[in-house]
Design a protein around this ligand. Structure first.
Ligand code: DGI
Ligand code: FE
Ligand code: FE
Ligand code: FE
Length: 189
């Protein structure tokens, strides 16, 4: 069995059918974007497959995985349960799957918030999460068009969308999300 098949088998035991299909969709999209924009195709596929590995795990398990990985949460992260799966996922992949590649770790870690100074691989995963074939939100076609033209344009649109949604709901916005957004809208930064 190849590496991808082993990961898929594991994913099936850890998540819903819906989330599993999303994971396959993001892996496929990340592979295509990596080919288009010159990121490492294998790393993009692995990061895409595994990025939401902790998403369907109970919050307690996510927190425990974060703790076991030696990662300390900031107050904003502690208060934002939706962010835990990305941090726990990065920890799990390093600790339990023995994937030591720091680029894959960072891509998974920052796939929800983004950050400033993102690598090509990080951007590829961030955008793939928005444009994968299973996504159905209003405006997804526009995002897919943008992703064909420019990774940065698609990132900016995704960040704008997230910030708008979160501020509309009066949810916390992670500082990394703001840093990523500012960097993309202002080339003086
Ligand atoms: O895991 P997915 O659903 O595939 O996508 P994701 O990892 O981007 O998670 C999206 C969720 O995370 C969505 O409900 C909004 C939330 N989120 C994204 N950025 C932030 C955030 N929540 C907070 N509190 N702060 C953020 O900056
Ligand atoms: Fe996610
Ligand atoms: Fe996302
Ligand atoms: Fe996802």
């Amino acid at each position: 069995m190849d590496r991808y098949e082993e990961y898929k088998k594991l994913l099936k035991t850890m998540m819903s059918e819906y989330r599993y299909r999303h994971s396959l969709g993001v892996a496929d999209e990340a592979r295509k974007l990596a080919e288009r924009y010159g990121a490492d195709v294998e790393k993009a596929t692995v990061a895409g497959l595994l990025h939401d590995i902790m998403k369907d795990q109970p919050p307690k398990v996510q927190l425990q995985t974060i703790e076991d990985s030696g990662i300390i949460l900031t107050p904003v992260e502690q208060a934002s349960q939706k962010l835990w799966h990305a941090i726990a996922g990065a920890g799990y992949v390093r600790m339990k799957l023995g994937i030591r590649d720091p680029e894959i770790f960072d891509a998974i870690l920052y796939h929800t918030t983004g950050r400033d100074g993102m690598s090509r691989l990080e951007k590829v995963l961030y955008v793939a999460d928005y444009t994968s074939c299973d996504r159905q939100y209003e405006g997804v076609e526009h995002m897919r068009e943008l992703a064909k033209i420019s990774l940065e344009d698609a990132m900016r649109e995704g960040l704008r969308f997230t910030i708008q949604e979160l501020s509309g709901l009066e949810r916390t916005i992670h500082p990394n999300t703001i840093f990523a957004y500012n960097e993309l809208v202002c080339d003086k930064l």
